[in-house]
Design a protein around this ligand. Structure first.
Ligand code: C2E
Ligand code: MG
Ligand code: MG
Ligand code: MG
Length: 289
């Protein structure tokens, strides 16, 4: 459109691009100071056992309260952080904070932490995990590291050695967003994952008759079971989706039908209950993210 719109249109187009680049640079600059200014917070989304509605743990999801722009989504700022060394600083903060907060929970629920491929591949990463565990006193079995298939691209053959090192620390490994990246089934052969997370893109539309997504989820569950891994389905929003996940034998689900990601205090309130179970579309769903 820029080409055919004449000079004026082209100028307008490039000015827009320039603004986008400036916004991005500004955001990157702001990101540098965000940790020191205490602008990050972790929200926790309950993970629920399908068979019992019992909460087994939570996924820590970072939130950035930007002083001028309000809350900025991790889908926007994590990719920017990943292009610089910032991702290691932010990732270390997330690890430390999640372990510290989980260690204060009144029950031994698991905490799942998202790890960027560049952070995971960093030579100092295992030491960061060790430090976060030592500083918090959290039982390593309660820490689950969520990594994506991008790890295999970033690390290639060295990924195997890294998995072994981490398993030796006693932490759990989950393969996040399974099937949406550059996965090869060959990775599952040797990588010691405890869990596969079924991406919400497969859940969408899975309840329609003759759905291919349904067949894909069934295949992922069969594969996981054969390899003795658990499965967690993400983005469950409706009763139909929940029923289908139970029918297909998915171990746990996570989604708005049970609860949105909760502020730390709201999550603590739930964790104080001895047998924390939540009804689908229970009160926790009404809480604001
Ligand atoms: P993810 O790890 O796949 O996290 C799941 C995302 O799905 C979260 O988005 C969560 O809020 C959202 N979600 C949960 N239930 C539902 C539902 O029922 N419906 C819908 N539509 N969405 C649901 P969020 O918090 O915006 O995070 C987006 C992505 O940003 C995450 O995807 C993860 O890749 C990344 N991220 C979040 N926190 C961190 C972090 O601390 N470190 C790193 N490296 N990445 C993070
Ligand atoms: Mg995740
Ligand atoms: Mg995911
Ligand atoms: Mg996802």
């Amino acid at each position: 459109a820029a080409k055919h719109g004449g000079r004026g249109a082209f100028r307008f187009f490039s000015r827009e691009l320039l603004t986008a680049a400036e916004d991005r640079r500004q955001l990157e600059e702001d990101l540098h100071d965000a940790i020191n200014r205490g602008e990050f917070v972790l929200h926790y989304q309950p993970i629920v056992q399908c068979s019992t509605h019992a909460v087994t743990g939570a996924e820590a999801l970072i939130r950035w309260n930007h002083p001028e722009q309000g809350q900025i989504s991790p889908s926007l700022f994590i990719p920017i952080a990943e292009e610089s060394a910032l991702i290691r600083r932010i990732g270390d903060w997330v690890l430390r904070t999640a372990c510290m907060e989980a260690a204060q929970w009144p029950r031994a629920l698991r905490v799942a932490v998202n790890i960027s491929p560049t952070h995971f591949s960093d030579p100092g990463f295992p030491a960061s995990v060790t430090q976060a565990l030592a500083a918090s006193g959290l039982d390593p079995d309660r820490l689950e590291l969520e990594i994506t298939e991008g790890v295999f691209l970033a690390q290639g053959d060295e990924a195997d050695a890294r998995f072994k090192t981490l398993k030796a620390l006693g932490v759990r490994l989950a393969l996040d967003d399974f099937g949406t990246g550059y996965s090869s089934l060959g990775y599952l052969k040797s990588a010691p994952f405890d869990k596969i997370k079924i991406d919400q893109s497969f859940v969408k539309g899975a309840t329609q008759t003759g759905s291919r997504n349904r067949a894909i989820i069934a295949a992922i569950v069969a594969l996981a079971q054969a390899l003795e891994m658990e499965t967690t389905a993400e983005g469950i929003e409706t009763h139909d989706q929940l029923d289908l996940m139970r029918e297909l034998g998915v171990s746990q689900v996570q989604g708005y039908i049970y609860s949105r990601p909760l502020q730390p205090e709201a999550f603590l309130d739930g964790a104080r209950q001895t047998d924390w179970g939540i009804e689908p579309e229970g009160p926790a769903c009404q809480r604001q993210d």
